[in-house]
Design a protein around this ligand. Structure first.
Ligand SMILES: Nc1ncnc2c1ncn2[C@@H]1O[C@H](COP(=O)(O)OP(=O)(O)OP(=O)(O)O)[C@@H](O)[C@H]1O
Ligand SMILES: Nc1nc2c(ncn2[C@@H]2O[C@H](COP(=O)(O)O)[C@@H](O)[C@H]2O)c(=O)[nH]1
Length: 186
């Protein structure tokens, strides 16, 4: 099976930003598009940024065993569809999963060979600034995400690799080094 890379860490730490940079540097690497019950943000497209599902549609897929992992996060549901992952890995295409910590733990159980990377903020204050600065979440949601982040940050040592996302370019380079070293040609 092709390599699976799990990129986890608190909301706002920069996972999506790092992954966008990574995909442009590592040829052949693809992102698995997650499913969620949260509403699309301005500019987000169904099937591109997420598969946007209703609660009923999500629950039906849970019952059908369609998820590799799924979790409740900040009042919404998120999950990795088996179809998204397997259609890539079956064809030998390495895949990145951008997921929160509960989901990453599930993947560690079901896919023990997956490479797990935890992205660490330079400080909790920087994390707050990034979440507020992104401007996508209400202040209540930012507070909920920061509360979850406190707990998530205590889990960093569970993960095989940790990358501090302080200066973006440095973090992208470190992440690329990890990914290249874990690919068959690395
Ligand atoms: N190294 C960095 N320095 C400063 N700002 C950054 C850095 N990396 C990312 N950001 C900014 O922080 C904000 C959050 O980044 P991003 O959306 O990539 O986080 P995320 O971890 O993917 O969040 P979520 O888990 O909620 O999807 C964005 O506005 C992004 O531009
Ligand atoms: N367990 C999973 N977590 C996921 C998945 N896709 C995204 N996420 C994580 O959820 C939070 C919130 O995301 P946002 O887009 O609302 O900011 C964040 O930590 C994502 O990484 C998934 O498939 N499974």
């Amino acid at each position: 099976m092709a390599r699976v890379f799990v990129i986890t860490g608190p909301s706002g730490v920069g996972k999506g930003t790092l992954i966008r940079n990574l995909l442009s540097r590592v040829s052949g690497l693809e992102l698995s598009v997650s499913a969620t019950t949260r509403k699309p943000r301005p500019g987000e497209e169904d099937g591109v940024h997420y598969h946007f599902l209703t609660d009923e549609q999500f629950e039906e897929r849970v019952r059908d065993g369609a998820f590799v992992e799924h979790a409740d996060y900040s009042g919404r549901r998120y999950g990795t569809l088996r179809s998204e992952l397997e259609r890539r890995t079956a064809g030998g295409v390495p895949v990145v999963l951008e997921i929160e910590v509960q989901g990453a733990r599930q993947v560690r159980e079901t896919l023990p060979d997956a490479v797990q990377v935890f992205i660490v903020p330079p400080s909790e204050e920087a994390l707050r600034e990034r979440l507020v600065g992104r401007g996508t979440d209400s202040s209540d949601d930012v507070e909920r995400r920061l509360k979850v982040a406190e707990e998530e940050l205590t889990a960093r040592d569970e993960f095989q690799y940790q990358v501090v996302n302080d200066r973006l370019e440095d973090a992208v380079e470190e992440l690329e080094r990890i990914v290249q070293s874990e690919l068959p040609t690395g």
